[in-house]
Design a protein around this ligand. Structure first.
Ligand code: MRU
Length: 345
């Protein structure tokens, strides 16, 4: 199944917290439950949380007792606010909510029910488009990968981070499907281990050769010539090409440049936020200290230890070789290329 699906008034999603040990589908009928699922990372990954927020708003529209379009709009704006507050870094969340509210605000509706139907259809469109965009992006990005390449990736950018197929992992999948003999180094991605738990699980299911590494091994592998390309996703790309992505991405980009390894971010144009001039304006989410002090529920640090747990970092654009989008591969200078790609959508 897809990471998230709408099934006759019910939102179904894979509970990613339980993978790879258990494959559990959870069901929600209330947007507040969807908001909790985003915050607690049942579902995660920039495009996936955008789709989840859209389906959450569709649930609100369906269950609202509003008697008029104006009353329903007030309910929807409140629900959008609840969904928006769940995670601050990925721009796909406000992007999807903005797109949904724009549909709801159209003046042609005379009944609340018409808005609800239009919102269910729009959320479904956002989900379907995500899959189609990922495949277009993957086809473009796969041209960067040559037969025999060792690819290094970080976090999870696969089917699970999107509605289906993936961003950076989508590129890897397409290269593999094209018959290229590739091997993937998978960063475990502390503290939440999206690489070890989710990317390793996905790659093994697809039969793509891979090796799991501790995050700290990446520099050694690059210096000893064992990495041909680094492919990561993005949670928000600023107008100048600075990329916010999972914590640890910046370190990889610096190491890649130092060792002459090309470094690409793969993301849909919905992840590009032209309203922010640079990555300095991107809000970095801070998460529960327990993610650092515990692994798999087992405490590893002294009780009461002070912890700082930023979930993302910003990679300045000077370290980035290119940004792969569904509208093409953008290379420096990024600002005009990103503007052009956004205008094409
Ligand atoms: O905290 P997460 O697991 O939601 O972070 C996800 C990432 O950083 C991904 O690399 C990113 O969303 C881009 S790939 C879809």
């Amino acid at each position: 199944m897809r990471t998230i699906e709408w099934d006759d008034g019910v939102v179904k999603m894979i509970d990613q917290r339980k993978l790879p040990r258990e494959f559990v589908i959870v069901q929600f009928t209330d947007h507040r439950e969807v908001a909790r699922a985003i915050k607690e990372m049942y579902i995660r990954g920039a495009p996936a949380i955008g789709a989840a927020a859209a389906f959450g708003l569709a649930l609100c529209a369906r269950s609202s007792k509003a008697k008029s379009p104006a009353e329903l709009l007030a309910d929807l704006e409140q629900a959008a606010d609840t969904l928006l507050k769940t995670r601050p870094t990925a721009v796909n969340l406000p992007w999807a909510l903005g797109r949904m509210l724009e549909v709801a605000r159209k003046t042609e509706y005379t009944e609340a029910e018409q808005i609800a139907n239009a919102l269910v259809a729009e959320a479904q469109r956002i989900a379907d488009e995500d899959v189609e965009i990922n495949k277009r992006m993957a086809a473009q990005g796969a041209e960067l990968i040559e037969d025999g390449y060792n690819v290094l990736t970080h976090c999870n950018t696969g089917s699970l981070a999107t509605v289906d197929y993936g961003t950076a992992l989508g590129v890897i999948r397409t290269a593999h499907e094209q018959g290229k003999r590739i091997h993937v180094w998978v960063d475990e991605t502390r503290p939440r281990l999206q690489g070890a738990r989710l990317t390793a699980w996905e790659l093994m299911r697809y039969g793509i050769p891979m090796t799991l590494i501790a995050d700290n091994a990446a520099g050694h592998l690059m210096r000893t010539g064992q990495v041909d390309i680094v492919l990561v996703g993005a949670d928000r790309v600023a107008a100048n090409g600075d990329v916010a992505n999972k914590i640890g991405t910046y370190k990889l980009a610096v190491l890649a440049q130092e060792n002459g390894v090309p470094f690409y971010s793969v993301c849909p144009t919905s992840t590009v936020d032209l309203s922010l001039p640079s990555g300095d304006q991107i809000t970095i989410e801070e998460r529960d200290p327990a993610e650092v002090t515990h692994v798999g529920g087992v405490g590893i640090a002294p009780e009461g230890v002070p912890v700082y747990n930023p979930a993302f970092d910003v990679t300045p654009h000077r370290y980035i070789t290119g940004i792969v989008t569904e509208e093409g591969i953008i290379t420096p200078p990024f600002a005009p290329g990103l503007r052009r790609a956004k205008a094409l959508v």
